[in-house]
Design a protein around this ligand. Structure first.
Ligand code: PLP
Length: 364
């Protein structure tokens, strides 16, 4: 199988596997005061320090969670008191579901947040909590976070950044971004599923209210015994990811796009700054689900824009927000994993050309 669905889950990195195996050998709960507990605590705090260093945060302001969804939900819960929510039109469901009734910040036809619209929304009234992702999961399109953070500060608003897809693929310096909080997920950067983190700026750390209180772990910000092995794997994966820039994937992504274009595809978000590993390819007239199944049968794993947990394909709200019209239901996402090769792209190109020719002929 040629695996080109990294934005759903990256393959586990060797360093993450090794760190997890070592941590699995450690008996004890990091909250216990005895020797084994202290050894477990050391693993936890080493991972915290390492991740904080990887992403430009202070270790004390990094809260471990179960993944990106919880980190987003925690941020929107913790920072929302007394604030109205504004979220980007192309946010992930992890954010959308955690901010019901939020005002929606539109994007342009490339999928980039409209900063003039943000300014107008911020000027409307009480202080806001804004959620804007760093990189979109369906298109790879990057939002101007530094500029958005600057605007938010001008209007006394807090900015939460979902960096789940950007982390490990772009260098992130949380302190320099100027955001109040930032969400990370382990399995999107080559660590195991089951771990994530929320980074907090001092102003967010001060007035924080937890979603889960439990036994007061994570300085009272997230109750529950941490998933030690997953967290150790998360930190090791982040170190490895940042050691090799994902720009090495750019030429492979470009080759995949050239092949798809030649077969009739339209690339969505192509004019915006994007992640190097992601492309959204629309094939006019052919349902996304049909394309995904055809490619799967040809041995190539990709996804439709938005897959629900049921496995059913829903029309993409991201592509709709970009004004893609019917193409919103006719686009697949190809996302190259960290270990993608030229052979992977070759196999994709062959399978895509065959699939497009056959389905377009049938549709004509
Ligand atoms: N945010 C974005 C942009 C995502 O792409 C995802 C997962 O696809 C999430 C949040 C949720 O992360 P997790 O799967 O770790 O809960």
């Amino acid at each position: 199988m040629t695996y080109l669905d990294a934005n759903a889950a990256e393959p586990l990195r060797p360093a993450a596997r090794a760190a997890m195996i070592e941590a699995l050998g450690q008996v004890g709960n990091p909250s216990s005061v005895h020797g084994p507990g202290r050894a477990a605590r050391r693993i936890l705090e080493d991972a915290r320090e390492s991740l904080a260093a990887s992403f430009g945060a202070r270790p004390a302001d990094l809260v471990f969670t179960s993944g990106g969804t919880e980190a987003d939900a925690l941020a929107l819960h913790a920072l929302s008191p007394g604030r109205r929510a504004i979220i980007g039109a192309t946010e992930h469901d992890a954010v959308r579901a955690a901010a019901p009734g939020a005002a929606i910040l539109p994007v342009d036809s490339s999928g980039v947040a409209d900063l003039a619209a943000l300014e107008a929304l911020l000027a409307e009234g009480e202080p806001a909590l804004v959620a804007l992702m760093l990189a979109n999961n369906e298109t790879g399109v990057l939002h101007p976070i530094v500029e958005a953070a600057r605007l938010c500060r001008r209007f006394g608003a807090l900015l939460h950044v979902d960096a789940v897809q950007a982390a490990g693929r772009l260098a992130i310096d949380f302190a320099a971004l100027g955001a109040a909080s930032l969400a990370l997920s382990s399995h999107k950067l080559g660590g195991p599923a089951g771990a994530g983190a929320l980074l907090l700026a001092p102003e967010a750390a001060e007035h924080f209210r937890p979603l889960i209180e439990g036994g007061g772990q994570e300085r009272g910000r997230r109750g529950g015994t941490p998933a030690l092995a997953a967290i150790a794997g998360f930190a090791a994966a982040a170190r490895e990811a940042l050691a090799v820039p994902s720009s090495v994937l750019g030429p492979l992504r470009d080759a995949a796009e050239r092949a798809a274009r030649a077969a009739g595809a339209i690339i969505l978000g192509v004019d915006a700054p994007r992640l190097d590993n992601t492309t959204a390819l629309a094939l006019p007239g052919i349902k996304a689900e049909t394309q995904v199944i055809a490619l799967d049968l040809a041995g190539v794993a990709v996804s439709a824009g938005a897959a629900c947990s049921s496995g059913k394909v829903a029309e993409s709200h991201v592509l709709r927000a970009m004004g893609a019209g019917v193409l919103a239901g006719q686009a697949i996402r190809v996302s190259l994993p960290w270990n993608a090769t030229e052979e992977d792209v070759q196999r994709f190109a062959t399978a895509y050309a065959e699939m497009a020719a056959r389905l377009l002929r049938r549709a004509a």
